[in-house]
Design a protein around this ligand. Structure first.
Ligand code: NOJ
Ligand code: CA
Length: 697
């Protein structure tokens, strides 16, 4: 009798407590501008919305998967629990664009379970920062899900309009494209005549999809950029355009069409949305880095940001060749008159570097195998056997005696499995020699055949390379890489990456138009530093290739050292094009590692002016670049220290400079400046200006 009256009372109390304490499903960003709401639809579909100051940025968007073993996982969910928390911490990057990074966010963890028998569990973790949102899927260990093969990920971003987007196609193999600027609904690769059908290292499956980061401007003048953070043992994500201004994740597949092969427990990479009032604010966001794990490398004393030259541009110009022997059909032979990476030529570069205080020297074409690169053969590169005319041991010693660091080179031609087989031996070899930086490359279709540069196979491969390099104290500069997702926080030996249509395209294609370097800071560079390889002074290089050129002025080449951020920054031109040129002084002086970064003005595709303060010094550098339009800016020098006098070295386009017909005309002047002064920058069409501001002792 007693129990019969108590039980309903307990049930009632439980019910009331549930009603009075509803699960938290909404969080604000630390300063309250952004709001994230998690919802379950009537049919149990997990969804989220993102609003800014009350206005929607992302409308109700669905989340979920299709799994090969157990089918679609995106409806019929119930909410098990939610948990909200706040994190505020600062961390110091080993190198970067600023001294300290604030990591401040509010988090919502949502635990979900399917209804019915043998329910599958799926958690969602949202982190809301003042400058955007990151969220990921977390699959807990569970009976109902052990082996998991992801066939589709259904992450939606339902936008509030047909925004203007800066995009490149969702090529599963390559990021080496010019950016297009169209409405979302106009994203379509048809009509661009990419001529990729006959290239085994290009593949566009969906003409209405993009690679990330993809950046947009909304009708309200807001800037959004979509990407991912901490891509670990998963497939790279492209975004397909769907009706209703919607983007949906499309993962890069394995050769058999599956997307991700894994087992529980596992987490997906973070899906990220930057939200900014101005284009400049996109550039200073640390959201992607903050969503990566802290540094894993204890002793970082060997990690060294630096400028470098290379036996490189002369190979792309066809002055010399990568391969020792001329071989028809080989990409390693551009028709040059001889082998570039000889002992004698390398010494010439070492001497140049020593004289001008440039620390690094990259040498490409030093090892056996280049005769076969790009031809239909497999397994040709050898990563620890130099060509006989390259005395590597003597050169390393010679370089050391002059305080020059040789940068090694591993071009794999895309043959990742072949490289894997030599990986440890290759890094051990360089480590024994004392070489502590290596440029890797994957120029060619990936082997095993059918795997893609941005699929899970290569994501795994790239991580093995980074970790093996760390073991042997080697920094990595990866070309044709897996996209950057902020791993440099965890593995600060992952320095720069390509994955961009860089300088090399000016040597042998229709080139990069003047606006290209005004777009990539707001798109590709939001993912991480790029090895763009600026600094071409002989802009038309008629001696080598009269039909090609760089679409720039010389002063703009200098400005790129500041507007493009990279801890490895190349002075890409031939030594003979620098010798005696007063503009080279700027390349000698400019920093590569920074305590502070200020975006002084910015408009995507039009112009960008950046000031950076070199790490550990009081030196500031300004770079300002424009597209085809001439510009004049007045810049307040309010970032300088109070009461200090500085000498400004000004490298500007001359009055008559023009990227098209007078690209090399520049003027160098110098003046004293202090905090409170203003400086007027005058940029020619396709031009730029560089300024070094050094304290007067
Ligand atoms: C493509 C890279 O982007 C380029 O920098 C390199 O010189 C060639 N591959 C050869 O490895
Ligand atoms: Ca490349």
């Amino acid at each position: 009798m007693k129990n019969q009256t108590i039980l309903p009372l307990i049930l009632l109390a439980l019910l009331l407590s549930c009603q009075t304490e509803p699960e938290t499903t909404t969080i604000q960003s630390p300063q309250g501008g952004l709001q994230l709401e998690f919802l379950l639809s009537d049919t149990g579909i997990p969804q989220y919305t993102l609003t800014r100051n009350g206005a929607p940025v992302i409308d109700t968007s669905g989340l979920g998967f299709n799994l090969r073993e157990s089918g679609v996982l995106r409806e019929g969910f119930t909410l098990v629990s939610t948990e909200a928390s706040e994190t505020r911490e600062s961390w110091t990057p080993v190198w970067g664009t600023q001294k300290e990074i604030l990591n401040h966010y509010n988090e919502l963890l949502v635990e979900l379970s399917e209804k019915g028998d043998n329910p599958r569990k799926l958690n969602l973790r949202f982190r809301l920062f003042d400058d955007g949102l990151g969220f990921r899927y977390e699959f807990p260990e569970q009976e109902a899900l052990k082996e998991v093969t992801i066939m589709e990920e259904y992450t939606q971003f339902r936008l509030t309009g047909d925004h203007l987007a800066w995009w490149i196609p969702a090529d599963y193999d390559s990021y080496e494209y010019l950016y297009h600027n169209t409405r979302l609904s106009e994203i379509d690769t048809a009509g661009y005549n990419y001529n990729i059908q006959d290239r085994a290292d290009r593949y566009i499956a969906n003409p209405h999809a993009v690679n990330t980061p993809v950046t947009m401007k909304t009708g309200d003048g807001l800037y959004l950029s979509f990407h991912e953070a901490n891509l670990t043992d998963y497939a790279g994500m492209t975004l397909g355009v769907q009706p209703g201004n919607t983007l949906q994740s499309e993962l890069v597949p394995w050769s058999d069409g599956t997307k991700v092969r894994t087992q529980t427990p596992f987490v997906s990479p973070w899906r990220t949305i930057l939200v900014a009032d101005t284009p400049g604010a996109l550039l200073t966001s640390n959201l992607i880095l903050n969503l990566n794990e802290p540094n894993q490398i204890e002793d970082v004393s060997w990690i060294e940001p630096m400028k470098y030259t290379g036996i490189w541009w002369e190979l792309h110009l066809g002055k010399t060749s990568w391969s020792l022997r001329q071989q028809e059909g080989s990409w390693g032979d551009k028709g040059g008159t001889g082998h570039g990476a000889t002992t004698e030529n390398t010494k010439k570069y070492i001497d140049f570097n020593a004289e001008h205080g440039i620390r690094g020297l990259l040498v490409e074409g030093w090892n056996q195998g280049w005769e076969y690169w790009g031809r239909d053969t497999l397994g040709y590169f050898n990563f620890y056997t130099p060509y006989p005319d390259f005395d590597i041991e003597a050169l390393v010693e010679y370089a050391k005696s002059k305080n020059v660091a040789l940068i090694g080179h591993h071009e794999t031609g895309g043959q990742a499995d072949h490289y894997d087989a030599q990986l440890e031996k290759a890094f051990e070899y360089y480590n024994k020699l004392g070489i502590k930086a290596v440029k890797t490359g994957y120029a060619g279709p990936v082997t095993p055949t059918g795997e893609r540069h941005h699929g899970q196979y290569m994501v795994r491969h790239q991580r093995r390379v980074i970790e093996m390099a760390a073991k042997y104290h080697i920094m990595i500069d990866a070309h044709e890489p897996v996209k950057q997702t902020g791993l440099r926080r965890t593995w600060p030996n992952l320095m720069a990456q390509e994955g961009v249509r860089g300088m090399e395209y000016n040597a042998w294609s229709d080139g990069n138009p003047p606006n290209h370097t005004c777009i990539i800071p707001f798109t590709r560079m939001l993912a991480g530093p790029i090895d763009y390889t600026p600094g071409i002074f002989d802009i038309t290089f008629n001696q080598y290739k009269p039909d090609n050129r760089v679409y720039t002025t010389l002063a703009k080449q200098l400005a790129l050292y500041v507007t493009i951020y990279s801890p490895l920054q190349m002075a890409a031109d031939l030594p003979e094009h620098y010798t005696g040129n007063p503009a080279f002084q700027f390349i000698q002086e400019v920093g590569v590692d920074w305590d502070d970064t200020r975006i002084l003005n910015a408009e995507i595709g039009q112009y960008l002016t950046v000031a950076r303060k070199e790490k550990g010094t009081n030196k500031w550098f300004i770079g300002s670049i424009t597209n085809e339009e001439p510009r004049e800016f007045t810049i307040p020098l309010d970032f300088l220290d109070e009461g200090k006098i500085y000498r400004a070295g000004i490298y500007k386009d001359s009055e008559t400079a023009h990227w098209k017909d007078n690209p090399m005309a520049f003027v160098v002047t110098s003046t004293e400046v202090k905090k409170g002064d203003t400086m007027t920058l005058k940029l020619a069409p396709g031009g730029g200006q560089a300024v070094s501001i050094l304290p007067v002792e």
